[in-house]
Ligand binder design. Structure first.
Ligand SMILES: [Mg+2]
Length: 359
């Protein structure tokens, strides 16, 4: 089997409706824009597809300049070799993280379709359902957060993760108020979206420790493993690290070796080099009895959630008030394993508005 055709084309992707906010200092939800579809075809009629929901022009440019020539004539079932080649090309190109795994996702889609299985089974299926964690956007006040939390629980979710304002005092008050509101047993987590320096990350971390939060995610940019090591030495709330840093499993390994990954590491197809990179991280973390929590609500991540034993939740974004439950989450707050062969992206050249929010 040989790759004979590599296409990359743009598709219009609508921004979320209504628009939403992230922490102070960050842009909010993305506007209408261009995504990119990568389609890899073979001489035996196989096809693999991957989708980048945003920044399609950048993806298309890198496919056109670098990746197509590398792929044409290659065996699409040699995913490890082609994964290695993408990292070699990255040495000079310094590709954005969201491009590094795109070829790999398309190749897993192709291989799984060729044998008529969903990707999660080909990865070595572990489970057929998983709880969704409601992951909030940033609302305007403590009162609104508590109101949305009530709605989330009513919708069936069994865990909540906050994205708050990035002001440690204000966020600390919210985190304590939510703990008080939902009681001691309800699993809560907090995501700082890299809004703090070390001193403020420690201050907020003490509050999360006292409030019994499940994990404390990305309080600082993930450039300094040492800063995270120092934070881990100061706070008892488990840290979840390595979501956005470059270097896939190689970088995650350093977070683990430093002692910073007290709650585990993030993994994803989107930012950790496709399925191949994400599974390397999952197995690496498992070797140290650590969690590898899957980041973000896209279709490939439904497959990772079913394939990775040491993952707890599917991250399901709650973007509005009134709160809406993602269509793949049932009334018990569970996500079920995809059944279509491959990744199971929607067919055709365009994507419905509902999927545009979460792909
Ligand atoms: Mg995160």
């Amino acid at each position: 089997m040989r790759i004979t055709n590599v296409e990359c084309y743009l598709v219009k992707v609508p921004g979320p409706d209504p628009a939403f906010a992230w922490r102070d200092g960050l842009p909010g939800s993305w506007p209408d824009g261009d995504g990119a579809v990568l389609r890899i075809c073979t001489d035996e009629g196989n096809e693999g597809v991957a989708f980048a929901p945003r920044k399609g022009l950048i993806v298309q440019n890198i496919v056109d300049r670098l990746l197509r020539d590398e792929l044409l004539g290659a065996d699409p079932l040699q995913r490890e070799w082609l994964w290695h080649r993408v990292w070699e090309l990255d040495r000079v190109e310094e590709m954005p993280l969201y491009v590094l795994g795109l070829v790999d996702v398309a190749l897993w889609d192709l291989a799984a379709k060729a044998v008529g299985l969903p990707v999660w089974k080909l990865l070595g299926g572990y489970r057929t359902e998983i709880p969704a964690q409601a992951s909030t956007v940033t609302y305007s006040s403590v009162e609104e957060f508590l109101d949305v939390a009530d709605q989330i629980i009513e919708l069936g979710y069994t865990s909540i993760k906050l994205h708050a304002w990035g002001d440690w005092r204000r966020d600390a008050k919210l985190c304590a108020a939510l703990r008080e509101h939902v009681g001691d047993e309800f699993p809560l987590a907090y995501d700082g979206s890299a809004g703090f320096d070390l001193a403020d990350a420690i201050r907020l971390g003490h509050v999360l420790s006292d409030a019994g939060y499940l994990w404390y995610e990305e309080p600082m940019r993930e450039f300094s493993v040492t800063a995270y090591k120092w934070l881990a030495e100061k706070v008892s709330v488990p840290l979840l690290v390595g979501e956005t840093s470059d270097g896939a499993h190689m970088n995650s390994a350093d977070f683990i070796a430093s002692g910073a990954a007290t709650g585990g590491v993030r993994t994803s197809t989107e930012l950790r080099g496709g399925f191949t990179g994400a599974m390397r991280i999952a197995h690496l973390a498992d070797s140290f009895r650590l969690r590898a929590e899957v980041h973000g609500p896209i279709i490939p991540h439904q497959h990772l959630c079913m394939a990775i034993p040491n993952n707890t939740y599917y991250e399901s974004l709650i973007t509005s008030n009134p709160a809406r439950r993602e269509s793949i989450v049932d009334s018990d707050g569970l996500v079920h394993a995809p059944t279509a062969p491959g990744v199971g992206l929607p067919p055709g050249l365009d994507y419905p508005a509902e999927l545009g929010q979460h792909l």
